[in-house]
Design a protein around this ligand. Structure first.
Ligand SMILES: Cc1ncc(COP(=O)(O)O)c(C=O)c1O
Length: 376
């Protein structure tokens, strides 16, 4: 049994700053613009260049971005959104907040991501959007049903909160990223939407500004303004944008670190009898390292007792009291939910730390006899 865990594996995830973020943030604070200002404008432009897309709309969080993107495509009372149950509650709450119904579906057992067949089967006359979650950073390819969705006026809004830097999936989706504390790119808090069209971009900009047509800068120069439609307080502050800009400039370092970490885990755990790795695939900048194991709760406790920062992401949403109204049997999700374990994973870890953590997992499993995990 390895001795005390290296300091970095004591937590499951944590923010990774390069250093100059602090100065950038202090300058933005001194500049006195805490709303959407010049830093946020620059961040939007730089994100669009990085992602090689025409436009990006910065928002206060991915939760806000998902809410606005769903509302912009007509999600509201009387409509349904097809969504995996295996995700953070932040994916589901926007649907409910808009008065719509989440239509929970199962994911594939080895990726925890939804697949086209399950989406097709879940479509009803009320379906207005599909909300795939790019779990762990893995792109979700729904291109085989794009035409079907378009014919039925069903929009794809990607919850890419965990997928900044991953290869973009081809096809007509609105994509929402998170720049929360432990994401691939952090703005401390924040998010961004990649719209499909200029019209959608304009609508989203208005919606993130309480439905007011004029930008913040233009508004203060005039005696009145127009509230044209729905909206929320959803802008990204210049202070957060300043941090995000530094992170974007140095993103490759984080991408490389995360990829090296994931590879080290995969090498150590692939081919073991009692551990199934949730594969993020070749196109992801990995967000996490999740395994499926039998007797998860006991292993989770044993690892935590040793000071290792394991976690569970996530308890499924269709079994949560808040979403009980929309629950339905999801056998694949429920089987996975009992087995998933997130290993320590953040860019301050080294590949050696990952190997240490993988060894600790294998030793913990060997310590207690258990049945093989239920994955096929
Ligand atoms: C899958 C998923 N969706 C949505 C969110 C919400 O992101 P934010 O914290 O930027 O609102 C998160 C954040 O952890 C997430 O992991």
């Amino acid at each position: 049994m390895p001795s005390a865990p290296p300091a970095s594996v004591r937590c499951n995830a944590r923010p990774y700053l390069h250093g100059p973020e602090i100065t950038a943030m202090a300058r933005a604070v001194e500049a006195g613009q805490y709303g959407h200002g010049p830093q946020a404008d620059l961040f939007e432009r730089e994100l669009a260049d990085f992602l090689q897309v025409p436009d990006v709309v910065a928002v206060s969080s991915a939760t806000m971005g998902i809410t606005l993107a769903l509302q912009a495509c007509g999600v509201g009372p009387g409509t349904e959104v097809i969504v995996p149950s295996q995700t953070f509650a932040a994916t589901i709450q926007p649907i409910v907040a808009l008065g719509a119904a989440p239509r929970f579906i199962d994911h594939a057992p080895h990726t925890l991501c939804i697949e086209p067949d399950a989406v097709r089967e879940a479509i009803t006359p009320a379906t207005r959007a599909v909300l795939p979650v790019l779990y762990g950073g893995r792109p979700v390819d729904l291109s085989s049903i794009t035409l079907l969705l378009q014919r039925r006026n069903i929009h794809i809004v990607e919850d890419a909160a965990q997928a900044f830097g991953s290869r973009r999936t081809p096809g007509p989706a609105t994509t929402v990223y998170s720049f929360g504390p432990i994401k691939q790119l952090t703005a401390l808090v924040g998010g961004a939407i990649v719209p499909r069209t200029t019209a959608e971009a304009n609508a989203l900009r208005q919606m993130r500004s309480l439905g007011i047509t004029a930008s913040q800068t233009d508004r203060i120069r005039t005696t009145t303004y127009t509230v044209q439609g729905p909206g929320l307080r959803g802008f990204l502050s210049d202070v957060n944008a300043a941090v995000g800009r530094v992170q974007l400039e140095r993103f490759q370092e984080v991408a490389d670190r995360r990829t090296a970490l994931w590879d080290a885990y995969a090498q150590a755990l692939r081919g073991t009898d009692n551990v199934t790795l949730i594969d993020v695939g070749p196109d992801a900048v990995p967000f996490n390292c999740v395994v499926r194991i039998a007797d998860r709760d006991r292993v989770h406790q044993a690892m935590r007792d040793r000071g290792i920062g394991v976690g569970v992401h996530y308890p499924p949403n269709h079994l949560q009291p808040a979403f009980a109204h929309w629950t339905r049997p999801l056998p694949v999700t429920e089987a996975a939910a009992a087995e998933i374990l997130s290993l320590p994973f953040h860019p301050a870890m080294t590949p050696d730390d990952a190997r240490w953590s993988a060894t600790a997992l294998l030793e913990t499993l060997a310590d207690t006899p258990s049945t093989p995990s239920g994955t096929p």
